[in-house]
Design a binder for this molecule. Structure first.
Ligand SMILES: [Zn+2]
Length: 226
C-alpha cells in the first residue's frame, strides 16, 4: 500500500481540527497536532523533548529545527509507516522547508497538502460565536449550537464565557499572523503540485465528503504512478 503523508492547512476556525480527527478515524493514520507533539516529547522525556523543555521553561519559543526534530521522530516511528496527518505545522515557509528536508532525509514524500479554506468574515463569525463552559470546557455556539439557556452550559449548568482566544481582537490578530506567515505556504505547496483546495465554509459533513473525494483521486494517482 502506498503512503498517505498529509498536511492540513487553513486559517484558524476553518474546521481543520474536526476534519483531521475524522481523517484519523477514516484512514487509521496518526494525526499530529504540533502542540500535542511537543507536549508528548516533553512528557516522554525524549532528547528533543528535553531540549524543547529548556526553551519552554525559559518562556522562549521553541526553534523550528527542534520542532521539526520532534515531528521527525514521530514520522519515523512504526505507527506512521503508512502515513501521517500534520495539523498546525508547518506554519511558515522556513518550517515547510525544514519539513521537506526531514521527509526527504527519511526517503519519503509528501502526498498532498489539504487547504481547508474560509474567509476572514466566516472565521470571525465561527470563532467569535463560541461560548465555552468555565467548569468543564463544553463548547457551544450562539448560531450553530446554542445552549438551551443563554450563557448557561446545558451539561453542567456552569457559566458560559468567551475564551480569550475567541475574543474579536485576538481572532483578528490570529488572522493577521495567518495571512502574513502561513498564507505564503499556499503558493509554496501549489508550485510543488501538492496543494488541494477544499471549501471549508460548507457543513462538516460536506467538507468531509469533499476531503474523501480528493483523497480517492490522490490514491488513484499514486497507485498509477507505481
Ligand atoms: Zn459544561
Amino acid at each position: 500500500m502506498s503512503e498517505l503523508n498529509l498536511v492540513l492547512l487553513g486559517p484558524p476556525g476553518s474546521g481543520k481540527g474536526t476534519q483531521g480527527e475524522r481523517l484519523q478515524e477514516d484512514l487509521r493514520l496518526p494525526y499530529y497536532a504540533t502542540g500535542d507533539i511537543l507536549r508528548a516529547a516533553v512528557r516522554d522525556e525524549t532528547a528533543l523533548g528535553r531540549t524543547a523543555k529548556e526553551y519552554m521553561d525559559r518562556g522562549d519559543l521553541v526553534p523550528d529545527d527542534v520542532i521539526v526534530g520532534a515531528i521527525g521522530e514521530r514520522i519515523d516511528s512504526a505507527e506512521a509507516a503508512d502515513g501521517f496527518i500534520l495539523d498546525g505545522f508547518p506554519r511558515t515557509v522556513p518550517q515547510a522547508e525544514a519539513l521537506a528536508a526531514k521527509v526527504s532525509e527519511l526517503s519519503r514524500e509528501m502526498t498532498a497538502v489539504l487547504l481547508i479554506d474560509a474567509d476572514d468574515d466566516e472565521v470571525v463569525r465561527r470563532l467569535g460565536g463560541r461560548r465555552t463552559c468555565e467548569e468543564n470546557g463544553h463548547v457551544f455556539h450562539v448560531d450553530f449550537n446554542p445552549p438551551k439557556r443563554d450563557g448557561v452550559c446545558d451539561v453542567d449548568g456552569s457559566e458560559l464565557r468567551v475564551r480569550d482566544d475567541d475574543k474579536p481582537e485576538v481572532i483578528r490578530h490570529r488572522l493577521d499572523q495567518y495571512h502574513e506567515k502561513t498564507e505564503p505556504l499556499i503558493d509554496f505547496y501549489d508550485r510543488q503540485g501538492l496543494l488541494r483546495r477544499i471549501d471549508g465554509t460548507a457543513t462538516p459533513d460536506e467538507v468531509a465528503a469533499e476531503v474523501r473525494g480528493v483523497l480517492t483521486t490522490l490514491k488513484l494517482e499514486t497507485d498509477e504512478a507505481i
